[in-house]
Design a binder for this molecule. Structure first.
Ligand code: NAI
Length: 331
C-alpha cells in the first residue's frame, strides 16, 4: 500500500483525477490517497491558495498526483503550480511526448522527452514596474540550476537508453544568461561520452521539431523555452489531452499533466483523462510498478487504435466516464 498525496485541482482537475484513481485501482496497485485542496477554492478558508498542509502532505508522502490549478491572469495570486515546484525544489520538469498508433496527428513515431528547468529563468517571479509605462521581468540563470537540470537530462538519457541530448537556448542573443546555460551544458556533456550531445537555438529548434522530429531525442531547456516547446511537442503527438508530465526533485516527485484546468469544458464530463493517466503511469514507473504501468499504457494504446471511444479533443464524442470505462475494460 502506497501513501500518495492527491491534489485534484480545479476546472477539469477533479474529473480527470477521479478517472485516474479508478483506472489505477483497476490494475490492483493499492494506494491510500491523501486528498488535499489548493487554488482559488481554499483562499477564503486558509487565506492562501497554497495551504501549508498541501506542502506538508507532499513532503511527508514524497509523491503526489496533481490535477491542474487555475492561475488568474494579470492580477491575483501567482501560480500555485509554479509555487509547488519552487517550494519543494522540484527542479526537473519531465514531459515525454510519444505517439500511439491512432493518435490524432499527422506525425508518426514521435518519441521525444522534454526536460525543462523548473525553478528559475523567467519564472523567477522578479518583476517590477519602471514608472507607469514600462515593466521589467528579470531572467535568472545560475550555474547550479543549469548544471543539475542538464545532469538530470543526461542521467535520464543513460537510464532509459536514449541516444542524444540537445540543449536548447538563445545564447546568440542572451549571451550571458543563455550563454551560461549552454556553457554548463557543454561541460556536463563531457561526463557522458556514451550519450550524443548537440545544441540548437530555440526558434530553429521549433522548426526542426516540426520538420525533422525523428532527429531529436531528449531536449533540455531553461524554464520558459521548456514550457513553450513542450506544448509544441504536445501538438506533435495529438494534443494536450495525451501529454503527461512529472516534476522531480532529489527525493520528491509530483506527477501532473501538461494541460491546464480547461475552463471551457470543465464540469461537462468532456475532458480527456489520458494526459493525467499517463502522468500516473510515470508515477507507477517511479514506484517500480512496471506491470501496472505497462498494462495501462497498452490499454490506452488499444483504445486509441480502435478509435471507437474517444473524447472530443481526439476527434470523438465519448465522455470522460466512457473513455475511462473503455480503458478499464482493456486492462
Ligand atoms: P488549458 O491546457 O487548460 O486548455 C487549452 C485548450 O486545451 C482548451 O481548449 C482545453 O479545453 C483543451 N484541453 C486541455 N486539457 C484537455 C483535456 N484533458 N481534455 C480535453 N481538452 C483539453 O490551457 P489554458 O486555457 O491556457 O489554461 C487554463 C488555466 O489552467 C489557466 O488558469 C492556466 O494558468 C492554468 N494552467 C495550469 C497548469 C497546471 O496546473 N499545471 C498548466 C497550464 C495551465
Amino acid at each position: 500500500m502506497y501513501n500518495i498525496t492527491l491534489v485534484p485541482g480545479d476546472g477539469i482537475g477533479p474529473e480527470v483525477s477521479k478517472a485516474v484513481q479508478e483506472i489505477i485501482e483497476a490494475t490492483g496497485v493499492e494506494i491510500n490517497w491523501e486528498e488535499v485542496e489548493a487554488g482559488a477554492g481554499v483562499m477564503d478558508e486558509y487565506g492562501t491558495p497554497l495551504p501549508e498542509e498541501v506542502l506538508d502532505s507532499i513532503r511527508n508522502n514524497k509523491i503526489a498526483l496533481k490535477g491542474p490549478i487555475t492561475t488568474p491572469v494579470g492580477s491575483g495570486f501567482r501560480s500555485v503550480n509554479v509555487a509547488i515546484r519552487k517550494k519543494l525544489d522540484l527542479y526537473t520538469n519531465l514531459r515525454p511526448a510519444k505517439t500511439f498508433a491512432g493518435s490524432p496527428t499527422m506525425f508518426e513515431d514521435i518519441d521525444l522527452v522534454v526536460v525543462r528547468e523548473n525553478t528559475e529563468g523567467l519564472y523567477a517571479g522578479i518583476e517590477h514596474m519602471v514608472g507607469d509605462d514600462a515593466a521589467e521581468s528579470i531572467k535568472v540563470i545560475t550555474r547550479k540550476a543549469s548544471e543539475r537540470i542538464v545532469r538530470a537530462a543526461f542521467e535520464y538519457a543513460k537510464r532509459e537508453n536514449r541516444e542524444k541530448v540537445t540543449a536548447v537556448h538563445k545564447a546568440n542573443i542572451m549571451k550571458l544568461s543563455d550563454g551560461l546555460f549552454l556553457e554548463v551544458a557543454r561541460e556536463v556533456a563531457k561526463d557522458y561520452p556514451e550519450v550524443e550531445f548537440d545544441d540548437r537555438i530555440v526558434d530553429n529548434m521549433c522548426m526542426q521539431l516540426v520538420q525533422y522530429p525523428e532527429e531529436y531525442d531528449v531536449l533540455v531547456l531553461p524554464n520558459l523555452y521548456g514550457d513553450v516547446v513542450s506544448d509544441l511537442c504536445a501538438g506533435l503527438i495529438g494534443g494536450l489531452g495525451l501529454t503527461p508530465g512529472a516534476n522531480l526533485g532529489d527525493d520528491i516527485a509530483v506527477f501532473e499533466a501538461v494541460h491546464g484546468s480547461a475552463p471551457d469544458i470543465a464540469g461537462q464530463n468532456k475532458a480527456n483523462p489520458i494526459a493525467l493517466l499517463l502522468s500516473g503511469v510515470l508515477m507507477l514507473r517511479h514506484l517500480d510498478e512496471k506491470e501496472a504501468a505497462d498494462s495501462i499504457e497498452n490499454a490506452v494504446a488499444e483504445v486509441l487504435a480502435e478509435g471507437e471511444t474517444l473524447t472530443a479533443d481526439l476527434g470523438g464524442q465519448a465522455s470522460t466516464t466512457e473513455i475511462t470505462e473503455a480503458i478499464i475494460d482493456k486492462l
